[in-house]
Design a protein. Structure first.
Length: 336
């Protein structure tokens, strides 16, 4: 089989590897589409140890939709031809492989395969292209869920990438009334706007004024501020948390899903009197897979529009470089 192998900074090669050998309790799947994650971009552009434990000399990729081509003799839960989503945390029966299951290889061996654990059936209503976005959408869905969304509330999402957009969609799915997406890429914001979301370019527009105009105003400890119940950081910029502390209304929540490892100081007395919450969100759970599949199957949003480019496996380096440019790409996929 053909497989993309990571050899270090800006060095990915297509190699021929032996086809997986299916054991008695295993399943072999053939990838149909795979999506490029921000961590794939990071490890390609910055080098090893910057994304998902991707090892030099190893396979990588984890956002994929596949079809079963072989089942072991003891396997009764699956059948050849079934379209599945490999759940990265358990697809290789090794949680350390969550980011390197072989999404950029033609085939993946799923050892000790179990339904709704390592493999999930994909509903017919979800297209092949869209199904490869299930994994990043579950990350965004988890962030939205961690924000404790309530019907009629308001939310703002910073970072208009796939995870930020997924969080915004999930917030609406969970019943929130108004959701705004913020970014500095007009290209990505236009796609979000076409999906029905209010948007703000925080580089060229006054976020506080635009948010107050859209959401209305509510009291904080220091005066009137935009009436935002939930802030989600899917961008990782340092000033987003600072803005929440300064402009978050009383009883508001902040969810961090972006990768940001810089230590921060907090005024806990302010947090106490303002009754604010700061919540972490990492990864996803089976309930997020179920919700994302329901969202995609509903077709309430034309989510395929966020896929702006697709490439064959042989052009994966070009695909990753394209995905790194937020001004001309939203989501980039590999077509097998």
């Amino acid at each position: 089989m053909k497989a993309a192998i990571y050899f270090g900074q800006r060095n990915v090669e297509i190699r021929e590897l032996p086809n997986p050998v299916c054991g008695d309790n295993d399943v072999v799947i053939q990838n149909i589409y795979s999506s490029i994650c921000g961590t794939d971009v990071a490890v390609y552009t910055k080098g090893p140890n910057t994304g998902h434990r991707i090892q030099v000399g190893g396979e990588f990729g984890h956002e994929t939709v596949s079809r079963i081509i072989e089942v072991g003799k003891n396997v009764t839960e699956f059948k050849v031809g079934e379209r599945v989503y490999p759940y990265p945390l358990y697809a290789k029966n090794d949680t350390r492989r969550a980011g390197t299951i072989g999404g950029f290889s033609e085939y993946i061996l799923v050892p000790e395969a179990r339904r709704n654990h390592s493999l999930y059936a994909v509903p017919e209503e979800i297209s092949d292209r869209l199904a490869c976005l299930i994994e990043p959408f579950t990350v965004g869905c988890r962030a939205a869920r961690r924000g404790q969304p309530q019907k009629g509330e308001h939310a703002v999402v910073f970072g208009c990438g796939t995870i930020g957009l997924a969080a915004a969609v999930a917030l609406k799915y969970f019943g929130m009334d108004k959701v705004m997406l913020c970014d500095i890429s007009d290209f990505r914001l236009k796609i979000a706007e076409n999906l029905g979301f209010a948007v703000c370019n925080t580089k060229t527009e006054n976020f506080i004024k635009k948010a107050a105009d859209y959401f209305g105003s509510a009291p904080s400890l220091t005066g009137m501020v935009p009436a935002i119940d939930c802030w989600i950081d899917a961008a990782g910029a340092e000033d987003i948390l600072d803005s929440f502390i300064q402009y978050g209304k009383i009883i508001s929540r902040f969810v961090s899903v972006a990768v940001n490892n810089k230590p921060r100081q907090l005024d806990l007395l302010h947090m106490t009197y303002a009754q604010k919450s700061i919540i972490g969100s990492g990864g996803y759970f089976p309930e997020d897979v179920r919700d994302v599949m329901a969202i995609m199957a509903s077709r309430a949003w034309n989510l395929e529009t966020i896929i702006t480019q697709e490439f064959p496996l042989e052009q994966i380096s070009q695909a990753i470089q394209t995905a790194a440019d937020a001004n001309r790409a939203f989501n980039v996929t590999i077509r097998f």
